[in-house]
Design a protein around this ligand. Structure first.
Ligand code: 13P
Length: 338
């Protein structure tokens, strides 16, 4: 596959009015989500929940791609259509989470390194055969007393770049996700400084690894106040700080930036995205690749019950539509009530 077609896929992932659904929760993570609605995490319930999301009528108008987990990529609709085929027939690009999770970084208490590079070339080949056209790798950076260290940032940036190079070799667009966690009492300014440092190292490693920036999508955190910080930045402050930071560190060759939601409420994540797009004059598309901020209301409405299936789909469609509008700066908070 040529660099041209990687760029085409990347551009389609961040097409105007659309964003990405992150439905790639690992088995331990989906168990946590199901625990919150007192639903057992077994294969059947996981299939049914993902089927509810993917078969939501009209979602393809707002969703360009879906990130799947290994198990989900191998599952099918109740009618026996593989999820990857079902989605591509709708014009929604199937993607796959390929990292093996963030593990404790030896020698660096409180910090993490993402695993999963061994055997990745072979796994990517198989995933491509199963229909995946993009992948995701998440690095996790924690802010705390004396952390993150430069070593942790550098080790994670290096792994992200090795992953991205392997993806492009396999004809798969890498979503490069360096997540600075919002947990903690830190200020917005501290989040901005750490995010800047991580983005700077990530793009330096991507260059060293000869990654084609036109054939990737960046998935960063927004620059926000720590969740336990006593002074919470406004929507306008978050939008301004995030765009300032991204403009300083993300080359314009990158076609698009698709944010993670990271524990923000569904409404905050949408409002922040809309405010950034309203600033205008951006060299890349700014969109969403939300997990919780797209799914939380749908998960609750479904409640693990067949009787909640339609309500779950309606809740998902609402978030998809409002976030789609946010990419066009057409979202207004009054629309939440409608
Ligand atoms: P959240 O939007 O819930 O942070 O999930 C996005 C994601 O894919 C994290 O890796």
């Amino acid at each position: 596959m040529t660099a041209q077609s990687l760029a085409e896929i990347a551009r389609a992932m961040v097409a105007p009015g659309k964003g990405i659904l992150a439905a790639d929760e690992s088995s331990p993570t989906i168990k946590k989500r199901f625990d919150s609605i007192s639903t057992e995490s077994n294969e059947q319930n996981r299939q049914r929940y993902r089927e509810m999301l993917f078969t939501t009528e009209g979602m393809a108008e707002f969703i360009s791609g879906v990130i799947l987990y290994d198990e989900t990529l191998r599952q099918s609709t109740s009618d026996g259509v593989p999820f990857a085929k079902y989605l591509s027939d709708l014009g929604v690009i199937p993607g796959i989470k390929v990292d093996a999770g963030a593990k404790a970084l030896a020698g660096y208490p409180g910090e993490k390194i993402t695993e999963g590079l061994d055997g990745l070339r072979e796994r990517l080949k198989e995933y491509h055969g199963l229909g995946a056209r993009f992948a995701k790798w998440r690095a996790v950076i924690t802010i705390g007393s004396g952390i993150p260290t430069a070593f942790c940032l550098q080790a994670n940036a290096h792994a992200l770049a090795r992953y991205a190079a392997l993806c492009q070799e396999a004809g798969i667009v890498p979503i490069v996700e360096p997540e600075v966690l919002m947990d903690g009492g830190h200020t917005l300014a501290r989040c901005e400084a750490v995010t800047a440092d991580m983005l700077s190292r990530t793009f330096s490693e991507l260059h060293r690894h000869r990654v084609d920036l036109t054939g990737m999508v960046l998935k960063p955190n927004m620059v926000i106040s720590g969740s336990e910080c006593s002074s919470q930045a406004s929507v306008a402050e978050v939008a301004e700080a995030t765009v300032r930071c991204l403009k300083a560190y993300v080359p314009s060759a990158v076609p698009g930036i698709a944010f993670l939601s990271g524990g923000q409420s569904a409404e905050d994540a949408t409002a922040h995205l809309a405010a950034m797009n309203a600033l205008g004059g951006l060299p890349w598309a700014l969109t969403f690749s939300y997990g919780r901020a797209l799914q939380a209301p749908a998960l609750k409405a479904w409640g693990g019950q067949e009787s909640g299936f339609a309500a779950g789909q309606a809740a998902f469609l609402k978030r998809a539509r409002l976030n789609g509008l946010a990419t066009l700066a057409k979202y207004r908070s009054e629309m939440e009530a409608a």
